[in-house]
Design a protein around this ligand. Structure first.
Ligand code: ATP
Ligand code: MG
Length: 686
């Protein structure tokens, strides 16, 4: 029996009694209705939100077929709303002003703050007024380059309140990357902070932003204001640790702080404005601008795993309905829950499931500034205990990294409040899934493996807690409104069991509308390959029970002796070996087999890379998948090349496998130095 059918996990008892969708029967009915009559389904949901004006045109209009003209998607035509109003005013007017919106947890455990819905609304209005006074108006782009602080949420909502468009750039990107994105968006304002501690490291955001602004002005982009949050005077600096983890911080303390311990910044009075000064002088009332539902809300660049990042553009109305609804059902959100998503707001997961989804539902969340391993490897679990978190959402890369330290750092904390554990970003290998379920969840939670993309706005394939019996490693079934199909290379539909291109037949409300400033790239990237379908670029398999298994990017597929293999399949079998913490498999051309497997493995603490292990690993893959799949090369990887959002960039590994140093664009890598190290570690016989 295949592994997946052997392990079926019933929805946890913790949520099944109260869940919004409490049986597969109900899920199927709701899903069928959402496809049969989108207007009735989403129309009903839209009643929970405030629309200043009702739909005047078609509820849904679209074209997904490039042979029939321009690709477009329009939901709720003619209706007017404001997403910030729906995130904040709606709850405050309903008497929830004193409810906590965010528990802010700093990089250092000593730093914490609480923000209510009422306070958030006032702060948002103040910043909206500051932006208005600088002439920022409907449709203008505002770039945001900030740490995970409450002011980041305030900034994005203030932009949305006045009908401007935010473009958030993750606070780990370089000056070049920030400048590129600001140029692409033609942003007229930047919002940043002086600096932030991430773990023991200092990130001097203002300094990087200054460099980016210079690059922009050299290319004639006139930025009217750089609004700077003063953050460093409010937080605890890392203490020098005996194991040297704060080494970087100690150097930074000497170079970036004056004798009195104040953080130093360069100041250009023509553009730089202190946030606290501007905000304290501004009024705490600001009318929202009523926007067309199809007006742009934000643009956000994809993480760049496969090539040059795309400026994905989302619009207001559909994104609002979709993030709110996916948040409610995928996490089975109820009043009283405390929710914690570890993603940075600089990624789509942070946009949809730190800011918009939770706030639209009036939820209470943890907003975490730090990293999972600082000041110790149990930091996530400590936070869950501290705030009694019931719904937790993180990425497989974090789960695998924390698994390396064993169960003990988890067991130290009381995690009994947890009811739903989410995963996003990459296929989660069954090994990691089971550890998450058993060790973190004490075998008494629902795991939700949510598949989606920057482009999809929200979850498109996911189990629902309380309804879906899970199989470890499968994202299970499509969300409401999502019409999944699998296609073969010729575009023929694969019905029933089988594997192919994962595509969607029609739009759900949260789908992207265009690539900013390049509609043609939007059409060619997602719609050219198969007329009438949105193509995700990922492959997937449907098993005999109808479960969807996302196998990874089609471009990364392996074809060994005529057998098509997914990277996820091979990597999962390698990671099953107790000495392997993480693995990446790529194809390398082979004169006989066509392609052979070249694998990179990162080891768990205290293991050494030796011939015996290599032989065991080859055997492992051979026994799990088949003799043909036995890797020709296995090399040690002290680390893997990952994007800053934690995804493995396999196109770089393919180059290493063949000894080619022409790596292409690696600017979105978190640690480009790893590429050289891996190159040096190539086995001699390769
Ligand atoms: P780029 O498009 O620039 O290469 P990216 O695809 O990494 O970057 P994102 O939009 O952040 O940018 O990531 C979406 C991709 O992440 C999906 O297409 C898929 O490959 C992967 N992914 C996300 N969640 C899951 C999941 N639960 N299971 C499997 N894969 C997932
Ligand atoms: Mg992508």
């Amino acid at each position: 029996m295949p592994m997946e059918t052997a392990n079926m996990f019933n929805p946890a008892s913790k949520v099944s009694k109260i869940s919004h969708c409490s049986s597969m029967e109900q899920y199927k009915q709701m899903h069928a209705k959402s496809l049969k009559d989108p207007e009735a389904f989403w129309g009903e949901i839209s009643k929970e939100f405030h629309f200043e004006e009702k739909v005047k045109g078609k509820f849904l209009d679209y074209n997904f077929d490039t042979t029939k003209g321009k690709i477009f998607v329009r939901w709720l035509e003619g209706a007017k709303t404001n997403i910030c109003y729906n995130c904040l005013d709606r709850h405050v007017l309903a008497g929830k002003g004193d409810q906590v919106a965010f528990y802010w947890e700093g990089n250092d455990p000593a730093d914490a703050e609480v923000v209510t819905y009422g306070e958030l609304l006032k702060d948002v209005c103040r910043v909206a007024n500051v932006l208005k006074a600088k002439g920022v108006a409907k449709g203008d782009r505002v770039a945001i380059y900030m740490p995970m602080v409450k002011q980041l949420v305030v900034a994005m909502l203030a932009v949305a309140r006045i009908g401007a468009v935010h473009s958030i750039v993750f606070g780990g990107y370089s000056a070049d990357s920030l400048a590129d994105r600001m140029m692409d968006a033609q942003a007229s304002v930047l919002i940043t902070a002086d600096a932030v501690w991430r773990g023991p490291k200092l990130i001097a955001l203002k300094e990087i932003a200054d460099d980016a602004l210079k690059l922009c002005s050299a290319k004639d982009l006139k930025v009217k204001m750089n609004l700077v949050v003063q953050h460093m005077n409010k937080v605890t600096a890392p203490q020098p640790a005996s194991n040297g983890t704060a080494a970087n911080g100690n150097v930074a303390k000497k170079t970036h702080f004056d004798d009195k311990g104040n953080f130093k910044v360069n100041w250009d009075p023509l553009v730089d404005v202190w946030w606290h000064e501007a905000v304290s002088a501004a009024s705490s009332e600001c009318d929202p601008v009523w926007m067309d539902t199809e007006d742009p809300l934000f643009m956000l660049y994809t993480s760049g795993s496969t090539g040059k990042p795309k400026g994905v553009q989302h619009t207001i109305g559909g994104y609002m309905l979709y993030t709110a609804t996916t948040f409610k059902y995928s996490f089975d959100y109820h009043q009283g829950d405390v929710y914690f998503c570890t993603a940075d707001i600089g990624w789509i997961t942070g946009h949809s499931y730190v800011t918009y989804g939770p706030l639209l539902n009036g939820a209470t969340s943890v907003l975490f500034e730090g990293v999972p391993t600082y000041p110790h490897t149990g930091r996530f679990w400590e936070i869950i205990e501290k705030y009694k978190v019931s719904k937790f959402y993180t990425a497989p890369t974090a789960i695998r990294a924390l698994m390396k330290f064993g169960d003990e750092p988890v067991k130290k904390y009381d995690l009994s409040s947890l009811a739903v554990l989410g995963s996003v970003g990459e296929p989660i290998n069954p090994e990691a899934w089971l550890w998450y379920y058993r060790v973190v969840g004490d075998s008494n939670v629902s795991i939700v493996d949510t598949f989606w993309q920057t482009e999809t706005g929200g979850h498109v394939i996911t189990p629902l807690p309380g309804a879906t019996p899970c199989k470890p490693g499968s994202a299970c079934f499509p969300f409401f409104g999502v019409d999944v199909a699998l296609l073969d290379e010729e575009g023929r539909e694969i019905k029933g069991e089988g594997e192919g291109y994962l595509v969607f037949r029609r739009p759900w409300p949260g789908i992207m509308r265009t690539v900013y400033g390049n509609h043609e790239r939007f059409e060619t990237t997602y719609f050219k390959k198969f007329s009438g379908f949105y193509c995700t670029g990922d492959g997937a398999r449907r098993d005999s029970d109808g479960y969807i298994w996302v196998t990874g990017r089609i471009d990364d597929m392996l074809n060994v002796s005529g057998h098509l293999l997914s990277t996820a399949q091979v990597e999962s079998s390698l990671v099953e070996h107790p000495s392997v913490a993480e693995a990446a498999a790529v194809a390398r051309p082979h004169s006989i087999k066509g392609e052979c497997l070249y694998c990179f493995v990162t080891l768990t603490e205290g293991n050494t890379f030796e011939d015996k292990l290599v032989a065991e690993l080859k055997n492992k893959v051979r026994s799990k998948i088949g003799a043909f799949a036995s890797p020709d090369f296995i090399q040690l990887a002290p680390g893997l090349p990952k994007t800053r959002s934690g995804k493995i960039m396999r196109r770089v590994l393919r180059k290493i496998a063949v000894g080619d140093k022409d790596f292409g664009d690696i600017s979105t890598l978190a640690d480009p130095s790893i590429v050289e190290k891996l190159f040096e570690l190539r086995p001699k016989e390769s």
